[in-house]
Design a protein around this ligand. Structure first.
Ligand code: NAP
Ligand code: 8YV
Length: 311
């Protein structure tokens, strides 16, 4: 008898195929009336495979649920407390995506500081014959502040060291095994650094962590790079700071109301905008998909997932 697994959200085709072969897997999106389907059949499912979402209502609609396996490392859209109350482990996909997100972060830093995208638009617009593209800013040897020196933050730091950058970080607690300096004040870190990279978890605890005061401290020579969650940055304050030239530039992979992006940001030349692509490579998404599958398989075999998300 195959374990019954409910799929919430579109997963990768290969993962959906793998799930369908190993489990009795149903896609909630295939149901004409998902609410009615859950009311009639919710109690049949012991597993949930999700694209990063599982609120209390969904969890409660599955009274036999024993395991959740989520695609992605961020679990800010999963009600971990509701799962914990039921003793349901939430599997996620940490580590397999560190390098890709860190690679993109460095790319965003280079793009926003050197104006790579802006320079390409300048050339394609036929502007080069009239005048050289304006001078931009250097990355090598500059000061990098990392907000969230965790798995991905460490991968960013390893890359930045190759650019001879001076690195400090801000976490709630200092990291024990690092020579990098911990800055207990986020505002002071922003005041000190040239580039502020944000790579903390999303959710209520970090909502608008990057606020007016942090942006002011980063200042007109500073660059903000957000690869965490859109909720971590006060987007309205960011737009104001950029419009009033109180911030040097921003590179954003995540937004408060994805996939909506403020028109003002889209119109600005000193802003790099990409559509939440931090882990979006063939190799990394395959590794994430495998972890989603492996978390489920491991749980059904041993009662434990391979990588369990913690609040
Ligand atoms: P991680 O290893 O848990 O690192 C998170 C770091 O943030 C920890 O060092 C933690 O240290 C710090 N932190 C947490 N809350 C904080 C706060 N309020 N103030 C300051 N620092 C805080 O997580 P990860 O694997 O690096 O992933 C981090 C996040 O990146 C994910 O949760 C996800 O939202 C995002 N992400 C985005 C993409 C993308 O496509 N753009 C891809 C993957 C991940 P302390 O606990 O000591 O504070
Ligand atoms: C998304 C991410 O999971 O892992 C995370 O937390 O933000 C990304 O890897 C991916 O973009 C699928 O939505």
């Amino acid at each position: 008898m195959k374990h019954k697994v409910l799929q919430f959200g579109r997963l990768t085709p290969s993962l959906e195929q793998q799930l369908g072969a190993a489990f009795d897997c149903r896609r909630l999106a295939d149901e004409v009336d998902p609410k009615a389907f859950l009311a009639a059949h919710g109690r049949e499912f012991t597993g949930l495979a999700t694209m990063g979402f599982a609120d209390a209502a969904l969890i409660e609609s599955l009274p036999s649920l024993r395991v959740i396996s989520s695609f992605g490392v961020g679990v800010d859209q999963i009600d971990l407390q509701a799962a914990a109350r039921r003793g349901i482990p939430v599997g996620n996909t940490p580590d397999v995506l560190n390098d890709c997100v860190a690679d993109l972060t460095i790319g965003l830093m280079i793009d926003v500081a050197r104006g790579v995208g802006a320079a390409e638009r300048y050339l394609r617009a036929g502007s080069w014959p009239r005048a050289p593209f304006p001078l931009q800013r250097r990355i090598s040897g500059k000061r990098l502040g990392i907000v969230g020196l965790g798995r991905i933050g460490h991968a960013v730091a390893r890359r930045a060291i190759a650019f001879d950058m001076d690195i400090r970080y801000h976490n709630r607690r200092p990291v024990s095994d690092t020579s990098m300096a911990h800055e207990p004040s986020l505002v002071e870190l922003a005041r000190w650094c040239d580039f502020l990279v944000v790579i903390v978890p999303g959710g209520a605890a970090t909502r608008h962590l990057i606020d007016e005061a942090v942006l002011h401290a980063l200042g007109p020579e500073g660059f903000l790079v957000n690869v965490a969650r859109g909720s971590v940055v006060d987007e309205a304050a960011l737009v104001r700071a950029l419009r009033e030239q109180r911030l040097g530039g921003a590179a954003l992979d995540v937004f408060e109301r994805e996939p909506q992006v403020p028109a003002e940001l889209i119109a600005m030349d000193n802003v790099v905008l990409v559509p939440h692509i931090g882990s979006a490579t063939v190799e990394t998404r395959a590794a994430m998909a495998q972890r989603v599958f492996d978390n489920l398989s491991a749980f059904y075999e041993t009662g434990k997932v391979i990588s369990q998300a913690t609040a």
